[in-house]
Design a protein around this ligand. Structure first.
Ligand SMILES: Cc1cc2nc3c(=O)[nH]c(=O)nc-3n(C[C@H](O)[C@H](O)[C@H](O)COP(=O)(O)OP(=O)(O)OC[C@H]3O[C@@H](n4cnc5c(N)ncnc54)[C@H](O)[C@@H]3O)c2cc1C
Ligand SMILES: NC(=O)c1ccc[n+]([C@@H]2O[C@H](COP(=O)([O-])OP(=O)(O)OC[C@H]3O[C@@H](n4cnc5c(N)ncnc54)[C@H](O)[C@@H]3O)[C@@H](O)[C@H]2O)c1
Length: 473
């Protein structure tokens, strides 16, 4: 057995692990990075990158089919295999950035093996034992496979296997209407498949219901069947002919099945108990500093059991660098973390939804909004239909949450991420000048709406203006 002593040992070379490793090694720490599967983790290989690449192929097909701005639509020539080639080419283009060669070039020792703890200070990976001052568990998550009768014996796809498909499913059944289910539903519908989404609760159920409805209505208009509050009690059939048996007695048939009902953290095969690391049902139990019950061990990203996004894993990495390298106190916050679902229209959120804010703040809450249909750029580019909007939840002159549904909502929400991180007030936001005509103006419009009643509907303001006007030369 080979033995290595290091400052920092990172387990998992995905979004979080890579960021910690590159930061730590470039600032002078000795780093061992262990990866059991593909460098780059879920986001690059089975998550964000392939899903956004497939959505972009689907959008091309949609634009050609629908036309717009005076240009007639025509039937697109969709080649599913070519769309999947585009997916693989996007992955291949990004892969060098996350590669073993790059990280070895930075000075990391990269070990390609499954890691498990053998003591509170030692991890074994393949034929190497690594003793480290600090460990970082960045092992991510995998698709949760629900214990539904018959599912195990039926062929199904997950976010890991979907990208190897070479022909479009004739009728794709999707179990779960979360971000994965809804993004893949729209992508496949636009690429020519029949699609049925079945959710045990509400599709996009974590989002503001009014905003979620805008997305669901669009998908339904495009021909996606979305069935909600419909628990599946049994799955039957085989390759090319699959049945979902619903609790209410209905049976749905399709040719392929994608399971997307949430995630389970990759913490079950770490032998965490040998290092006295407590786990919860969601992952490693961590405190606000992302530290586990073993003070030498931290957890970040999906393995830490909180918000499951690439930018969260990256943010966690930044928080940890302070603690790992400088021994400084560091805490992970969440009020400034946005999220977006990349359907068309996109759905983005930061902080509290309206109902969460109402519950937390009651009458102290003011909600302002602006409609995408009133945005000149959206109108000029033919993207104003569909009921998109921005809603800002405000308490004591500061936003506590923002919901945006509409074109490029995922881009527009970054502005509010800066607002939240900097603690800006609505007055400062209303004072911003955005170039005309941009979608960005909708953010300013929502801020302006906060002041409209105070300025345009106030008898006091009217009296003061009349008085001043009388005395102005
Ligand atoms: C279909 C899909 C679409 C998504 N789209 C988005 C999106 O658009 N935007 C967004 O922000 N997020 C998105 N996500 C979520 C995002 O992919 C994850 O939140 C992110 O990858 C988490 O990063 P991580 O570093 O925690 O884990 P990962 O990136 O999954 O990396 C963990 C790594 O650890 C390795 N590993 C696990 N166990 C061990 C072990 N014992 N020893 C050694 N190595 C191990 C794994 O092989 C893996 O490479 C999506 C997810 C999916 C599934
Ligand atoms: N755009 C993005 O940023 C993006 C995209 C995809 C995934 N992700 C991340 O990955 C995570 C996982 O995504 P997801 O969509 O798998 O999970 P999810 O937990 O967000 O949604 C799962 C959905 O499945 C439903 N469900 C649960 N059990 C079910 C069952 N037995 N039968 C039918 N429906 C059931 C739930 O009601 C829910 O609507 C997301 O929460 C997000 O953090 C992010």
């Amino acid at each position: 057995m080979k033995k290595i002593k290091t400052d920092v040992c990172v387990i998992g070379a995905g979004s979080g692990g890579l960021s910690v490793a590159s930061g730590a090694v470039q600032m002078g720490a000795k780093v061992v990075l262990i990866e059991a599967g593909e460098m780059g983790g879920d986001c690059l290989n089975y998550g964000c990158v392939p899903s956004k690449a497939l959505l972009s192929a689907a959008k091309q097909a949609h634009v050609i089919r629908e036309g717009g701005a005076g240009i007639a639509g025509v039937t697109p020539q969709v080649d599913y295999a070519a769309a999947m080639d585009h997916v693989q080419s996007a992955i291949a283009t990004i892969a060098p950035h996350d590669s073993q060669e790059r990280f070895e070039g930075l000075g990391c020792t990269v070990i390609r093996a499954h890691a498990r703890f053998i003591s509170p200070r030692t991890v074994q990976a393949g034929d190497t034992e690594i003793t480290a001052r600090r460990f970082v568990i960045a092992t991510g998550s995998r698709a949760f496979i629900p214990p539904i009768d018959g599912l195990k014996n039926t062929p199904f796809l997950t976010n890991e296997t979907l990208w190897a498909q070479r022909s479009a499913p004739k009728h794709l059944l999707i179990l779960g209407g979360g971000p994965i289910g809804m993004e893949m539903a729209q992508a496949h519908r636009r690429l020519g498949s029949d699609v049925t989404v079945v959710d045990a609760g509400k599709a996009l159920g974590r989002d503001d219901p009014e905003a979620a409805e805008v997305v669901k209505a669009t998908l339904r208009n495009e021909g996606v069947s979305i069935i909600e509050d419909a628990p599946v009690i049994r799955v039957s059939g085989g390759a090319g002919d699959i049945q979902l048996h619903l609790k209410d007695g209905q049976t749905l048939s399709g040719t392929d099945l994608l399971v997307a009902v949430g995630r389970v953290a990759n913490t079950d095969s770490l032998d965490a108990e040998k290092a006295r690391i407590d786990l919860t049902s969601k992952g490693v139990k961590v405190d606000a500093a992302l530290r586990s019950s073993n003070r030498r061990v931290y957890a970040i990203g999906d393995a830490a059991g909180g918000m499951q996004f690439t930018h969260v894993a990256g943010y966690h990495a930044g928080v940890l660098i302070r603690a790992l390298l400088f021994g400084l106190p560091a805490k992970a916050a969440s009020h400034h973390i946005p999220r977006a679902t990349y359907t068309d229209p996109e759905l983005a959120q930061i902080g509290m939804t309206e109902s969460e804010a109402r519950e937390a703040h009651g009458n102290a809450l003011t909600v302002t909004r602006a409609e995408i249909s009133g945005n000149d750029r959206a109108i000029a580019t033919g993207r104003s239909a569909g009921g998109g909007f921005i809603k800002v939840m405000i308490v004591k002159k500061r936003p506590v949450g923002v919901t945006i549904v509409g074109p490029d909502a995922g881009e527009l929400i970054s502005f509010w991420a800066l607002v939240a991180a900097s603690g800006l007030k609505m007055g400062q936001i209303a004072g911003m000048v955005a170039p005309y005509p941009t979608l960005m103006e909708v953010n300013k419009r929502a801020a302006g709406a906060y002041f409209t009643p105070k300025l345009f509907e106030s008898p006091r303001v009217k009296t003061v203006v009349k008085l001043v006007q009388r005395f102005l030369p």
